[in-house]
Design a binder for this molecule. Structure first.
Ligand code: SF4
Ligand code: SF4
Ligand code: FES
Length: 251
């Protein structure tokens, strides 16, 4: 049978991007330790609704570590204390009876608060629209073996492509930099032959958009790598810089 725990929950309330935020506090009682963090917030919302109060707003979708929506800063860590996991993959057994658990939104100028802990990550979409794709001619599907790709390159590209665009790297970075996200997206294409024809154009466009939408610079502190739920490596940032320099030299 699951154990239960009781704890103090401090959760961020903010009615909009320009409003002043504050913490609400609630004593959560007898929560089973096999409850996921988001299920625990569902319980909070049931309690709030039953009392006639406004529910606490937070983002989520897949609840299985795929979509990157569950953007919560928990006890000073994006996605909480678990490593290599998203908020939706975090379970209450990671906490202790009597703990104080603090829940905040991603804090970055480029991710304005919509409400409470839901932030607007359209800035990431704009970077992807600037170049995070390959142009394809539609028509007959190509034979799978028409372009041979070394296994190591395919594996590395897959690792880079596993970035779910959650924004934890930005929230972790003291500069609010999106370099880990952008470098993972640039790398997933740069490592494959299908991504090479547009590589120079892509890297310049994505970096220009990243700067335009308000993300900061990288000073190599590696906080992003430590907090990324998909374990993206800052080796991607080095690859991004190489791709960018190559593109500029070609100009
Ligand atoms: S690099 Fe990691 S932390 Fe950043 S958006 Fe991708 S998955 Fe999230
Ligand atoms: S290495 Fe450090 S400074 Fe650079 S993006 Fe990551 S957290 Fe930010
Ligand atoms: S809700 Fe989709 S990754 Fe957490």
């Amino acid at each position: 049978m699951a154990k239960t725990l009781s704890f103090t929950l401090k959760y961020w309330r903010q009615s909009g991007s320009q409003a002043k935020g504050y913490f609400d506090t609630r004593e959560m009682k007898n929560i089973p330790d096999d409850t996921s963090f988001l299920e625990m917030l569902d319980i909070l919302n049931e309690e709030l609704i039953n009392e006639g109060q406004e529910p606490f707003v937070f983002d989520h979708d897949c609840r299985e570590g795929i979509c990157g929506m569950c953007s919560l800063y928990i006890n000073g860590h994006p996605h909480g204390p678990a490593t290599g996991a998203t908020t939706c993959q975090l379970y209450m057994r990671r906490f202790n009876d009597g703990d104080v658990i603090t829940v905040e939104p991603w804090r970055s100028a480029a991710f304005p608060v919509i409400k409470d802990c839901m932030v607007d990550r359209t800035a990431f979409d704009k970077i992807m629209q600037a170049g995070g794709y390959t142009t394809v001619r539609t028509g007959q599907a190509q034979d799978a073996n028409a372009i041979l790709i070394p296994k190591q390159d395919a594996d590395e590209a897959m690792d880079c492509a596993s970035c779910i665009g959650c924004g934890a790297c930005v929230a972790a970075c003291k500069n609010g930099s999106a370099m880990l996200f952008v470098s993972s997206k640039v790398s997933q294409f740069a490592l494959l032959p299908q991504g090479r024809p547009e590589a120079a154009k892509r890297v310049k466009a994505m970096i220009a958009k990243m700067e335009e939408v308000g993300f900061g610079n990288c000073t190599n502190t590696r906080a992003c790598e430590a907090e990324c739920p998909k374990n993206e490596s800052i080796a991607n940032i080095a690859r991004l810089n190489r791709e960018f320099i190559k593109a500029k030299l070609a100009d």
